[in-house]
Write a protein that binds this ligand. Structure first.
Ligand SMILES: C[S@@+](CC[C@H](N)C(=O)[O-])C[C@H]1O[C@@H](n2cnc3c(N)ncnc32)[C@H](O)[C@@H]1O
Length: 212
């Protein structure tokens, strides 16, 4: 699926009330920014933001942050939010590899939604479930670690189950076909997921956690 390049994306991002342009400033202070003590859930690689926006609308007592590297996609999410007032949502346009600069131990759940699979061995460290990323997440999880991952990519899914279990995560729920699971899992679709759903492709899902 191709995304369009958004003209003036940098300006849209700069002027959006939702995009936090200096996330370093809020390290350890995100609850102050949201003005409450509610949990904070973070999506890495939110794309155009469908999932995180709808999660924020559905769960007003949870704070949501969508992080996305690409300016055009962040600008599209910001534009969609123009006429909405969603107090429990913020966006960041940045590289996920820098999350420890933006967050202290204040995140409750991380969503990894249709992340790039990086199939080549030499790109393995870019996968969001590579051990180096799991170690970064340790530094931003508040207390317990909790990751929810969805993907259409079997290889990335198998890899992620392996790295997560090697890192002592436990699996609370696994599905090899999220949309046709016998015991339905509450779900909000991402932008990519909507497309794959139309194509009737199975979506792999894991809810994993590690409790001290
Ligand atoms: C395949 S898209 C999925 C987008 C969205 N999660 C969805 O399901 O519709 C993967 C997204 O991850 C973003 N991404 C890739 N590497 C990233 C990184 N290191 N930091 C932040 N975002 C990244 C890409 O720009 C892209 O928007």
């Amino acid at each position: 699926m191709e995304y369009n390049k958004v003209k003036d994306a940098a300006n849209i991002i700069k002027n959006s009330n939702y995009v936090i342009n200096n996330p370093e400033k809020y390290k350890n202070k995100w609850n102050d920014l949201f003005g409450n003590k509610n949990p904070i859930n973070l999506e890495l690689g939110m794309g155009r933001g469908d999932f995180i926006i709808n999660m924020a609308l559905k769960y007003p007592n949870i704070n949501f942050i969508g992080l996305e590297l690409n300016e055009s996609q962040t600008a599209t999410a910001a534009t969609r939010l123009n006429n909405q007032k969603i107090a429990n949502l913020k966006l960041i346009c940045a590289d996920a590899k820098n999350i420890v600069n933006y967050f202290g131990k204040e995140i409750d759940t991380i969503y990894l939604t249709f992340s790039e699979p990086w199939p080549k061995k030499h790109d393995e460290s870019k996968r969001f479930t590579h051990i180096s990323y799991l170690k970064l997440y340790d530094r931003i999880f508040k207390k317990n670690k909790h990751i929810i991952l969805k993907t259409d990519n079997k290889g990335l899914f198998a890899y992620s189950l392996e790295t997560l279990s090697q890192y002592w995560y436990e699996f609370n729920r696994v599905s090899l076909d999220l949309h046709h699971d016998e015991d339905p899992i509450p779900n909000i679709m991402t932008d990519f997921e909507k497309q794959y759903f139309k194509e009737n492709r199975p979506i792999y899902y894991v809810d994993a956690s590690f409790k001290d």
